[in-house]
Write a protein that binds this ligand. Structure first.
Ligand SMILES: Nc1ncnc2c1ncn2[C@@H]1O[C@H](COP(=O)(O)OP(=O)(O)O)[C@@H](O)[C@H]1O
Ligand SMILES: [Mg+2]
Length: 218
C-alpha cells in the first residue's frame, strides 16, 4: 500500500497504483459493490466514468484518469464559468438520457446526486465523472437541484476564495439546466454533512431559489 494519497475528497483517499490504476478507499469503511456495479453499467453504456478493475469492501481499484478536476482547470484559467456550467448540464443530460436499472417508470432515471466541479475530471478525450457513492434512481430535476445547491453552498462559504465565482457558476448553471426539484428535497439529502456545512444550507437554499427566480444569468 502506498503511504501518501494522490488526492483526498470528502469521504475517500485515492492512491496511485502501478499500471495506470488508482485505489480509492473509503476512510470510514463501507461496501463499494453497488457503486462498482453502477460504474460498470455506465461504462458499458458509453457514459464517461473510470473503468472499474476491482471492488472489495471499502476499496475500488479504478482506471487512473489523467487530468485536473473541473475546479482545478478553472483556477488554472483553462476553462470559463459558462463552459463549466454547460459541461455540468451536458453531463446531467447524458446521464438522464439513460434508462434506469431498477425502475420501469420512464420519469425515473439514473441520478448522480453529487455532480459538482470536484467530481468531474477533464482529460484530452473529454470529461470523466467520478464519485458515484450517492447515485440513485429518481427524477432528473432532483439531480439538477442537488448540483445547484452544492454550488450555492460554495457561494455562501465565507472561507472560500472562489465563492464569487461559485455564485456566477450558479447563475450560469441555473440558466441552462432546466427545471429544478424543490430545493427542500435537495437540502434534506445534504443534511447528513458536518455541522458547519449543515448550518450553511438554509442560506444556500435561499440563494438557489433567488437565482432560479431571477432566471439564472439570462
Ligand atoms: N479514477 C481516478 N483517477 C484519478 N484521480 C481520481 C480518480 N478518482 C478520484 N480521483 C481523485 O481523488 C479525489 C477524490 O475522489 P472522489 O471519488 O471524488 O472521492 P470523495 O468521495 O472523497 O470526494 C478526486 O477529486 C480526484 O482528484
Ligand atoms: Mg468527490
Amino acid at each position: 500500500m502506498p503511504t501518501a494519497p494522490l488526492a483526498s475528497g470528502r469521504t475517500a483517499d485515492v492512491y496511485a497504483l502501478a499500471g495506470g490504476r488508482v485505489l480509492r478507499r473509503y476512510r470510514s469503511g463501507g461496501d463499494v459493490r453497488a457503486e462498482a456495479a453502477l460504474m460498470r453499467h455506465l461504462h458499458a453504456a458509453g457514459y464517461p466514468v473510470p473503468r472499474v478493475h476491482h471492488a472489495d469492501g471499502p476499496d475500488l481499484v479504478l482506471e487512473r484518469v489523467a487530468g485536473p478536476t473541473l475546479v482545478e482547470a478553472f483556477v488554472a484559467g483553462d476553462v470559463t464559468l459558462p463552459a463549466m456550467a454547460r459541461l455540468l448540464v451536458d453531463l446531467h443530460g447524458r446521464l438522464h438520457a439513460l434508462p434506469a436499472l431498477r425502475s420501469a417508470d420512464p420519469a425515473v432515471r439514473l441520478l448522480h446526486l453529487d455532480l459538482h466541479t470536484e467530481n468531474v475530471l477533464l482529460t484530452l478525450a473529454g470529461p470523466v465523472v467520478i464519485d458515484w457513492a450517492t447515485a440513485a434512481e429518481g427524477p432528473p430535476a432532483l439531480d439538477r437541484a442537488m448540483t445547484a445547491l452544492i454550488i450555492a453552498e460554495a457561494a455562501v462559504d465565507p472561507s472560500l476564495p472562489l465563492r464569487a465565482a461559485a455564485g456566477e457558476l450558479l447563475s450560469a448553471y441555473v440558466a441552462e439546466a432546466g427545471p429544478l426539484a424543490p430545493v427542500a428535497e435537495a437540502v434534506s439529502r445534504r443534511s447528513g454533512l458536518g455541522p458547519l456545512e449543515t448550518a450553511r444550507l438554509p442560506e444556500a437554499a435561499a440563494l438557489v431559489e433567488a437565482t432560479a427566480r431571477a432566471g439564472g444569468c439570462r
